[in-house]
Design a protein around this ligand. Structure first.
Ligand code: MRU
Length: 353
């Protein structure tokens, strides 16, 4: 498959008045879409990781709101309003860390409240149109980040990534993997090292799958191999995505990202973060204020039906960590590259919004 063909593998798609999402829990063994008809179902899809990755979660939430309006459009106004309120609440409660979720819900709510004098059926169409636009815009943004980021990678670069910030984590193209795709599109020879990304294995299952589909050379490693490869001079750059960037440039991303950033710093390897503006949260002054999701112990004590830890063992499972801005070489945004991000630069960047 070429890159162009691959981006047609749609993480989310609108089909016969329903949202369909690739079930990312079963990739790469099986490739299946699941259907969604209201906000409760979409919230459960986000919570259970059918869809994951910050921008994709935002897109799913936008469709969740639109579906809630479509599902309740013929009810009387009080019932409709209560259903919409419930929809916003249940979607907002689905996962706490990726700010794109709240950004998308805010955008949908703002659009809903800006409409006056139209029927509920018309409102549902307005909300669905906005959900489509949020997805289309996400792909445009990823392409723009890809163009800026590709220029940072030298021909022949060996790039380490953590988790999955690819087409599967977005509406298409990807953020970190979008930079890699764009570099390949302009003719650079890039090879990827994919951290396995314990415990949910987004690197082994999803990043490796995306790269293999497109014939971009990819080597899978377990998370504890990254330091050794850096020390041996086998990694030229690190690129990751992000779930939320605080006003000072601190970066929340998949658990283990901080460890990779410390190692990259130690070995003088650039550490890049592909970051759409929708992921920057200027309300939070620094990364310590970013809510970190704790997920089920079952993700650590085994995978699927397989258990490897003794029953009764104590477990921690924080799903994200925060990399201090001082370890970030640059944020790659759709407006350009921000080197050594700090509050002043991010304020300037966001003011143009
Ligand atoms: O728990 P997940 O799989 O939703 O975590 C995803 C990540 O941490 C990604 O790196 C991040 O959302 C950026 S995706 C473009």
């Amino acid at each position: 498959m070429t890159t162009a063909e691959h981006t047609r593998v749609e993480t989310l798609r609108w089909c016969a008045d329903k949202l369909e999402m690739i079930d990312q829990r079963i990739l790469p063994t099986r490739f299946e879409y699941l259907s969604y008809t209201n906000a409760d179902e979409v919230a459960e899809g986000i919570r259970s990781m059918v869809v994951r990755g910050a921008p994709a979660i935002g897109c799913a939430a936008a469709y969740g709101v639109a579906l809630q309006a479509l599902a309740n459009q013929h009810k009387d106004k009080t019932v409709f309003d209560a259903a919409m309120q419930h929809g916003y609440e249940v979607l907002a409660a689905s996962r706490p860390t990726a700010v794109n979720l709240f950004w998308a819900l805010q955008r949908m709510k703002h659009s809903q409240h800006a409409q006056t004098g139209i029927s509920q059926a018309e409102l549902a169409v307005v909300l669905l149109t906005l959900a489509h636009e949020i997805c289309a815009e996400d792909v445009r943004i990823n392409r723009a980040m890809g163009d800026f980021g590709a220029a940072l990678l030298k021909d022949g670069a060996r790039v380490l990534t953590h988790c999955n910030a690819g087409a599967l984590a977005t509406a298409g193209h990807g953020t970190a993997l979008g930079v890699i795709r764009s570099a390949v599109e302009v003719g650079k020879k890039i090879s990827v090292f994919a951290d396995e990304t314990r415990p949910f294995l987004q690197g082994a299952r999803l990043t490796a799958w995306e790269m293999v589909q497109e014939n971009i050379p990819v080597t899978l490693i377990t998370d504890n191999m990254a330091g050794h490869l850096m020390k041996c001079g086998e990694i030229d750059a690190v690129i990751v995505g992000t779930d939320r960037v605080a006003a000072n440039g601190d970066v929340a991303n998949k658990i283990g990202t901080y460890m990779v950033a410390v190692l990259a710093h130690r070995h003088n390897i650039p550490f890049y973060v592909a970051c759409p503006l929708s992921t920057i949260d200027m309300q939070l002054p620094h990364g310590d204020a970013i809510p970190i999701e704790e997920r089920s112990h079952d993700e650590v004590t085994g995978f699927g039906a397989q258990r490897w830890a003794p029953a009764g063992v104590q477990v921690r499972n924080p799903a994200f960590d925060v990399t201090p801005a001082e370890l970030v070489t640059a944020l790659i945004t759709e407006r350009g590259v921000i080197h050594q991000p700090d509050t002043a630069q991010l304020k300037k960047l966001m003011v143009q919004n």
